[in-house]
Design a protein around this ligand. Structure first.
Ligand code: AMP
Length: 312
């Protein structure tokens, strides 16, 4: 560790219980300072670090939570294989500007007798909800609601990489009158366009190369949209073609309204193009926003994030 990292690691505290977390945040809250929360499942990479850095720029105090939430995993092997690197994560979070790492045990989050779930209807039934089952978003919504209640942040930061998750969390925060702003930040990509993900470390070198079919599929649909193609069928076929060319098995490729997640027949305004695919045993997701700009507007400048292949 460099001396700068060592200094920041010494400034950052790790707490493991809700009462320790609340006590650690109490002075900041009393002084009227703003608190940012970055929920993560650990195995931190540049995507997580960009959220922490932004939280550090925008808030007086930054809490990073590190919790591999068992109830959102629909596959036991996925949970078991999920990478866990707390020591490394501690150093990275501290260097990126976190003040507090909240790393609770499963028993702390779900104590004996725990019997409540948060369910967001409609939005969770498509895409990831359809592919992974209702328990996935029930698990996500429940743990995020709990983390928001535990840390009571002013702002909570999420990645656009999990676009449906952002839509679901915005809905639950509004529906439950949670006094928090939900911030969504752009997907951070490797130099070759692969969206950063903790699961990328599980790919073999050959699988890592094939995984590039995901950003290539998004780009193929984006390029076609830029030529004026508006039919959802044609845009999806272009994306699917890239995946099958690399022998990557798509779970879904969908063009949906970015707010309601309803499937679209054609591109008008902005649309979310979302992909889930298996590369070997590893399940990857990626998305981009396609934009059909009215004449006179720059098609390269959609209001939401579109795919950029060199964003790191
Ligand atoms: P996870 O640890 O996978 O639960 O992710 C924690 C947060 O980091 C979520 O809000 C993710 O959307 C976000 N995130 C994961 N990968 C990326 C990425 N490549 N770029 C930006 N944010 C990301």
């Amino acid at each position: 560790m460099s001396s700068t990292n060592l200094d920041s690691a010494m400034r950052m505290r790790t707490v493991r219980t809700v009462s320790e977390l609340r006590a650690a945040l109490e002075p900041a809250r009393r002084d009227g300072l703003t608190i940012g929360l970055v929920p993560t499942m650990g195995a931190l990479h540049e995507g997580h670090l960009s959220l922490i850095r932004t939280a550090h720029e925008q808030c007086d105090r930054v809490v990073v939570s590190l919790f591999v939430n068992p109830v959102q995993f629909n596959e036991r092997t996925d949970l078991e294989r999920y990478p866990r690197r707390e020591r490394r994560d501690t150093d990275l979070a501290a260097a990126a500007g976190a003040d507090l790492l909240f790393a609770p045990s499963v028993e702390e989050v779900y104590p004996r007798g725990f019997a409540t779930a948060v369910e967001v209807f409609g939005l969770t039934e498509r895409l990831e909800g359809e592919a992974r089952g209702a328990e996935h978003f029930r698990g996500v919504a429940t743990v995020v609601t709990k983390l928001l209640c535990m840390a009571m942040p002013d702002v909570a930061y999420f990645g656009q990489k999990d676009a449906q998750q952002v839509v679901v969390i915005r809905r639950l925060a509004e529906d439950l009158n949670l006094p928090v702003r939900i911030a969504a930040l752009p997907t951070v990509r490797e130099h070759d366009g692969l969206a950063m993900s903790s699961r990328n470390s599980l790919l073999s070198p050959a699988e890592r190369a094939r995984a590039l079919a995901l950003p290539a599929a998004l780009r193929a649909a984006g390029d076609l949209a830029a030529t004026g193609e508006r039919s959802s069928g044609a845009l999806l076929a272009a994306a699917r073609g890239e995946l099958s060319r690399s022998g990557v098995e798509a779970e879904y490729v969908a063009l949906v309204n970015p707010d309601t997640l309803e499937p679209l027949e054609s591109l008008a305004g902005e649309a979310l193009l979302a992909i889930a695919a298996r590369v070997g045993a590893v399940r990857l997701i990626d998305n981009t926003v396609l934009s059909a700009q009215p004449t006179g507007e720059d098609p390269q400048q959609p209001k939401r994030e579109a795919i950029t292949l060199c964003s790191v």
